[in-house]
Write a protein that binds this ligand. Structure first.
Ligand SMILES: [Zn+2]
Ligand SMILES: [Zn+2]
Length: 211
């Protein structure tokens, strides 16, 4: 599996494109905000000759769902997310307005993901891990075979997600990270929703929230 990262929107969210050997690809958190960013994403996908088949959301804060409607309409993708974050999907337009940003409501997902559910595209398997605390329906997507995990806004390099938004809870987030992420193999590469990549070993040893 190839992993590509594009950074989108004034909020600088990481959009990951996971390409299977079959050239089918899954997109995690489509954050493209305006027409030039949509075009950039399409150019990228076409340049690599990829076939988008799946759109996954780690959670539904506005910055992670800006591009959902566009991607669904362009590629007729299957969208999956956690039911506990439906509240954020439905309020994304309202939340965007608080940032002075405009967007259309992200469409309803095709289905909901539950803890430990295995998601398959092409010949690639991702295991969904429910990691509430930043939002109630936050998910991480783990690929054991590729030794990587996509953590959304739960865990960052040297930090953790904010917990002051609706559905957020600090103790819950710390517990989620310890019980769901820090138990992964230490060499697992962490791809967060913002900022640069890191590893489970580095975060469990040096992240100031855990030392
Ligand atoms: Zn968030
Ligand atoms: Zn975010």
């Amino acid at each position: 599996m190839e992993i590509y990262k594009l950074v989108f929107s004034p909020i600088e969210v990481n959009t990951y494109i996971l390409a299977d050997q079959s050239n089918d690809c899954a997109i995690i958190d489509c954050g493209c905000y305006d027409s030039s960013e949509f075009e950039e994403l399409v150019r990228f996908i076409e340049g690599k000759k990829l076939n988008p088949v799946l759109l996954l959301n780690t959670h539904c804060h506005l910055d992670h769902v800006f591009g959902n409607r566009f991607m669904l309409e362009k590629y007729n993708l299957k969208t999956l997310l956690c039911a506990d974050d439906e509240i954020n999907r439905k309020k994304a337009v309202q939340h965007a307005a608080l940032f002075g940003l405009t967007m259309t409501e992200p469409p309803e997902p095709e289905g909901f993901i539950t803890d430990n559910q295995v998601i398959i595209f092409g010949s690639t398997e991702l295991k969904a891990l429910h990691v509430p605390g930043h939002s109630a329906g936050s998910l991480a997507f783990y690929s054991e075979k590729n030794g990587c995990v996509f953590t959304g806004d739960a865990l960052f390099a040297g930090s953790i997600g904010r917990t002051d938004l609706e559905g957020g809870d600090y103790d819950t987030l710390v517990k989620s990270i310890k019980s769901k992420l820090f138990v992964l193999p230490p060499s697992t590469v962490v791809y967060p929703g913002h900022g640069s990549q890191t590893t489970i070993m580095k975060e469990s040893m040096t992240n100031p929230y855990f030392s």
